[in-house]
Structures are given as structure tokens and as C-alpha cells.
Design a protein around this ligand. Structure first.
Ligand SMILES: [Zn+2]
Length: 267
């Protein structure tokens, strides 16, 4: 059965009494991470050494020794490719979720489509990271994004993850207009869930938690930006990412605006 048939999800949201499914983030703001590609590699190797099998969202995971590795790409597709290449070297596969319509990046440029296809060709799954706040009708918005995704990548949407989901989405165990989602009980509540959202392990640590000690299956969500960007804290990483983005934007301006190109070349 579908989550909602014809009614608009947003109008339903107002009638939902918020239910807290996870503890609140204990400490937002500046957070020392020590996150790097090397640290990420070490984490993956710990799972491999313990005998965990890397599986995708196409079936219900077993209760023991399986890991669903998921990446939500909120800011940059190049960062996703860096992690995809690293995982390929480590001989593991994961699932990458991309925002189709975002101010962070343009999903549809030839360069970005090429990167997404490269990630797919490395053996990973790719799909939609859906931001429901863009639409007055979730159903119409999701249909539009599924069509765009198919048109640009020639792939079907087999699983969806939600961008900054509210409790309405976190607490729904039904398919999302016919498509399974990463917060369904079998992926989110029936097994351990670990996330680096906000740039830290604020709830639990992937390899220091009891679940890991007990070989319990888990879904592990990461955002590649935290692992591939310079800086000791989440704030420093964002600062260096913005600095780099500004340089790239300047190159883009130079390609499209002669006076800026001349100005940059002289300075
Ligand atoms: Zn997101």
C-alpha cells in the first residue's frame, strides 16, 4: 500500500503529533571531527575485518553482520565521487542519493551526470535524495524528480532517501508513492542506525557502539563532504569548502565573462 494515495502530504503534516524517535542532538555548533578519507577507510576496514557484508536496500537486511552504507549528497557531487572511488578500492559498494533540484549543485550538468554515471559504473547504486519542502504536492514533486532522474541517468528510482526529514517521514513505514525509502522500519528501526549528520557522530559511533560489538546489522549514513574536505572541525570544513567553491565560481565567471577573465589574469 502507498503511504498516501491522492492527498497532499503537507496538509497531512499539520495533523501529525510529533513523536521523537531519536534523542535530540546534544551539542550543535563547532565540533572537532578528525574526519578524513583515511579515517573513513579505517572505519570501512573495521567492518570488513569483523565480517560485515555490504548490502543494498533491495531487500530486508539480516539482523546480523550486514551493513547498509548510504551517502546523502547535500552539497557536492565531486565529493561523492571521491568516496565512491575509495570504496571501490576497498571492494565495497554503497548507495548514493542526490538532490535533483538544489541550490547546492546542478544535478543536470554534463559534468555532474558523468560523475554520477562513474559512481554507478564503479558498482554503487544511485538514487534520489528528495526534498519535500520544494513542493506543495509531494506526489507531484516526486513524480517530477523520478522522471528527471530517469531522463538524465536512464535509471529507475528503486529507493529514496529524504533530505532533512521531519517525524512524519521518519515514522512512516509504508512505501513512498510506490517506492521504498531508507527510513522504513526494516532499514531504520529494526537494525542499528548511525549518522554523521551535522558533521559528527552525535548519537552513537559506528564502531564503538554496542551494536558493532555484537555484530548487529546497521544502516550507516554519511555525507562525503565531512570526510573529503580540509579542516579539523565541521565549521572549518565548511569554510574551506566555501573558499574552494568561490574559486570554482570565479573560473566559471571567467569562462563566460571576458572582463572578469582579463581582471583575473592581471591580478
Ligand atoms: Zn540531505
Amino acid at each position: 500500500m502507498e503511504l498516501v494515495d491522492t492527498r497532499d502530504l503537507k496538509s497531512l503534516d499539520r495533523n501529525i503529533v510529533p513523536v521523537q524517535v531519536r534523542p535530540r542532538v546534544p551539542c550543535l555548533g563547532m565540533h572537532i571531527l578528525n574526519f578524513s578519507k583515511l579515517k573513513y577507510k579505517n572505519l570501512i576496514e573495521q567492518f570488513k575485518d569483523k565480517g560485515y557484508k555490504f548490502v543494498d536496500f533491495s531487500r530486508t537486511p539480516n539482523q546480523k553482520k550486514e551493513i547498509l552504507l548510504r551517502h546523502d549528497i547535500d552539497f557536492d557531487i565531486g565529493k561523492a565521487l571521491e568516496i565512491a572511488l575509495l570504496e571501490n578500492q576497498l571492494n565495497v559498494a554503497s548507495t548514493y542519493f542526490f538532490l535533483i533540484r538544489s541550490d547546492s549543485y546542478n544535478f543536470s550538468t554534463p559534468e555532474n551526470i558523468k560523475k554520477i554515471k562513474e559512481i554507478y559504473n564503479l558498482g554503487h547504486k544511485v538514487s534520489i535524495h528528495f526534498d519535500s519542502t520544494l513542493y506543495s504536492s509531494a506526489k507531484a514533486g516526486f513524480t517530477l524528480e523520478k522522471n528527471l532522474f530517469k531522463l538524465l541517468t536512464n535509471l529507475n528510482t528503486e529507493i529514496v532517501s529524504f533530505h532533512r526529514p521531519n517525524n512524519f517521514y521518519l515514522d512512516n513505514n509504508d512505501d513512498f508513492f510506490g517506492v521504498p525509502h531508507t527510513y522504513q522500519d526494516r532499514f531504520f528501526k529494526d537494525i542499528k542506525y548511525i549518522s554523521d549528520s551535522g558533521g559528527g557522530f552525535f548519537y552513537d559511533h559506528p564502531t564503538k557502539c554496542d551494536a558493532f560489538k555484537n555484530f548487529d546489522s546497521m544502516q550507516f549514513l554519511t555525507h562525503p563532504i565531512w570526510w573529503t574536505t580540509k579542516g579539523d572541525t565541521n565549521i572549518e570544513k565548511i569554510q574551506s569548502f566555501l573558499k574552494e567553491s568561490s574559486k570554482n565560481y570565479s573560473v566559471h565567471f571567467a569562462k563566460n565573462c571576458k572582463p572578469w577573465k582579463e581582471f583575473v589574469n592581471k591580478s
